[in-house]
Ligand binder design. Sequence first.
Ligand code: BGC
Length: 337
Amino acid sequence: MRQWWKWVIYAGSIAALIVSASFAIYCAWKVYAYHQPGEGAAAEAEKNAFHFVLVPEELDNDYWRLVEQGAKAAAKETGVYLEYAGPRQANIDEHIHILEKAAASKVDGIMTQGLTEKEFTPVINHIVEKNIPVVTIDTDAPTSKRTAYIGTDNYYAGFIAGRALAEDMHGKANVAIITGSFTASNQQLRVQGFKDAVKEEKGIHIVAVEESHITRVQAAEKAYNILKKHPEVNAFYGTSALDAIGIAKVVEQFHREKGTYIIGFDTLPETIRYLQKGTIHATVVQEPYEMGYRAVKMMVDIRKGNNVPSVINTETKVIRKQDLPLRPSRNYEVNHD
Ligand code: BGC
């Protein structure tokens, strides 16, 4: 009798073990089956995603970080894998090397500037000949084989800066220009547009033109030397994003903010602070976030074989203190994150 009960208990335990083991296996299979198709689809989507590269003039420049943020937002929306790679400090050789490396790794599209015709046009053409589309951004390379340009009309931007200065100074000023670069075509166009806008003004004299290599430190150094050498200067025009910031610092150092007019470029937070304070009087608005955002969307269209316009000019206008705060646009949201 006792033996019989023993066998019943044994058999019962084995049956319970088998049932729970099968249940565990069933659950594990369910979990596996549930995750498998999802993960597979994600991996598949990633494998098929377009891989674009955005190459800025300078990696850690606040202006280019806005372009990057716009591009990233569009990449997220469209499922694109976006890489942001560029020189630590503006450097044409390094810039070109990075473009060539991106082309060699057979990416699906490259977005960059056409900084100089001599260096950038052949590289862009070489990339396009490898069937990798190029969209120029911020600075065009109009004679290259790039598919499209998105960005400011740089001559027009310089022209409206010149008109603003002439108006605000009532046609009388000794002007010093600090430009990001003597060789970059967007900077040349901004200087040329400005000069053309003031050329009929008999009371406006351009006393000096210096180069900052797009850094606020060199813009400050150049402004310092100009004020020492040409104390008659009472107006500055800075043509790249950090120039007016460097100029403003020096003008305050010289306690010349009352008698010195400054017009710059872009709406970085520091520029807005100086505008609010009255050290900077006007600035030319560009739309870096929009450039990045629309360039990625455009590149997706190009890859899908859709037609895109060959030139899209983003909005450009002059603002002064009374125009603050900026209307809540994408740039504004990014600046205040
Ligand atoms: C220009 C960019 C330049 C940046 C430098 C901007 O105003 O559009 O081309 O790289 O300034 O800070």
